[in-house]
Design a protein around this ligand. Structure first.
Ligand SMILES: [Zn+2]
Ligand SMILES: [Zn+2]
Length: 109
């Protein structure tokens, strides 16, 4: 029992350990241990969890960004296709726009 009472914090050799981290199974003092989502966890593991969460959040942030860029890309593609269609129409002889070209074609048939 004396050995158990002498258990020291993983981070502070001068402090008495009060809890075991459920993640890394190391002993920690009251200052080093915290509760996260009803789990007793040490500061190291908590920062690890938070890094994971920020990674997840970054991914969640990127997804709509990707969707937006895809949307903008398709919009740009549409705009360009209309632009070139307009240019194509402008390059065509004016008789086409007047409808006389079709009339001529109909006459030849
Ligand atoms: Zn831990
Ligand atoms: Zn400590």
């Amino acid at each position: 029992m004396q050995d158990l009472a002498r258990q020291r914090c993983f981070n502070h050799s001068g402090r008495e350990a009060v809890a075991i981290c459920l993640d890394c199974n190391n002993l920690f003092c009251r200052e080093c241990i915290t509760e996260h989502e009803d789990r007793v966890i040490c500061a190291n593991c908590l920062s690890g969890l938070k890094a994971d969460e920020t990674k997840k959040n970054r991914g969640a942030f990127l997804r709509p960004l990707l969707r937006t860029s895809l949307f903008l890309g398709s919009l740009l593609f549409l705009w360009l296709s209309f632009f070139y269609l307009g240019q194509f129409l402008l390059e065509m002889p004016s008789s086409f726009h007047e409808g006389t070209l079709w009339q001529n074609l109909l006459q030849t048939i």
